[in-house]
Design a protein around this ligand. Structure first.
Ligand code: HH2
Length: 306
């Protein structure tokens, strides 16, 4: 993986440190290629789709983040607002109160870069001041365009994601002529907007937004044709963990739909295909299993060791 594909964490981060193990020795490359980064999800929310309410107490959220690092997370993504389909927006003060103590504590204790999952400029600004080094913005700078300048000024990483509509309405009949080309054009346009606002090219990640304004067929098409997004030249961040397209696949096969916390098998299958198709950062809830799956998928990917 190139320097660029290591992503937006600033300085010699925990993620960089994760790159300097024995796997980087030339003789070991064939059997131990660099694996994608694993980004562990820390939801400080009462209503997230798979773990809402479980870590809404800041101390529990911090303990959870530290446990994810012990499990192998290279980055932690701290979020205070659910973006599940139909969710209601959270006020700025409430989101700050949820996120800041957790970001502050994890930045001191976790030894990996901290990302803040927010669409709000002020939340991003304060989280960066509290020790975060990446902004994960599912609105790609459309909710509050100032967030781009905030990320640029702090020399932070910036992850931008495709979403059709808003979390409240995104799943009501999403339509595309060709989902992959439309997502690709959107990501290119938003990456250009981030660059124009001063975000460094080497600090950008792009994300197709699995489950954000997409039908089952759209999500599957994006995962199958992910290479068309990596061609844009930015590391691709992928969030498939526990998402409802997995239950959609089960249903289409005549099986019962699984609950969100019963989707590990489907999450790992999708993650492995994502890795083979070029994903560089994997946003997951189940870090230990995801790390193992990512390592094996990387080792088996057609380009590995060649
Ligand atoms: N998915 C979720 C939230 N943030 N960020 C990026 N970049 N990509 C994603 O796919 C993504 C994301 C949804 O997952 P989760 O945080 O577990 O749920 P909720 O939004 O309900 O809190």
């Amino acid at each position: 993986m190139t320097e660029r594909s290591q992503g937006p964490a600033s300085g010699r981060s925990g993620a960089d440190a994760a790159r300097t193990g024995p796997g980087t020795e030339a003789g070991e490359r064939a059997t131990a290629p660099r694996s994608p980064l694993v980004m562990g999800v820390v939801n400080v929310t009462p209503d997230s789709f798979s773990d809402g309410g479980v870590y809404s107490d800041p101390e529990r959220a911090v303990e959870h983040g530290l446990a994810l690092v012990a499990d192998g997370a290279d980055v932690l993504d701290v979020g205070g607002e659910s973006t599940r389909p139909g969710s209601e927006p959270v006020g700025e003060a409430e989101e700050l109160a949820r996120v800041l103590p957790v970001v502050r504590a994890l930045a001191l204790r976790a030894r990996v870069p901290i990302s803040v999952d927010t669409t709000k400029a002020r939340v991003a600004e304060e989280a960066l001041a509290a020790g975060a080094s990446i902004v994960n913005d599912v609105s790609a700078g459309r909710a509050e365009p100032r967030i781009l300048a905030v990320a640029a000024r702090a020399k932070a990483g910036y992850a931008l994601m495709h979403m059709l509509g808003t979390p409240r309405d995104m799943q009501s009949d999403p339509r595309y002529d060709d989902v992959v080309s439309e997502v690709r054009a959107f990501l290119r346009e938003r990456a250009d907007a981030a660059l124009a606002a001063g975000v460094e090219r080497s600090k950008l990640w792009i994300d197709p937004g699995i489950g954000f304004g997409k039908t089952l067929a759209h999500n599957l098409e994006l995962l199958r044709r992910l290479r068309e997004l990596t061609e844009l030249g930015y590391p691709v961040l992928l969030g498939v963990s526990r998402k409802s397209f997995i239950a959609g696949v089960e249903e289409a096969a005549g099986c019962a739909r699984s609950a969100a916390d019963e989707r590990l098998g489907g999450s790992l299958a999708a993650l492995a295909i994502g890795v083979v198709n070029g994903a560089s950062i994997l946003r997951v809830h189940d870090v230990r299993a995801a790390k193992q799956a990512a390592l094996v998928a990387s080792a088996l990917a057609p380009s590995a060791g060649s």
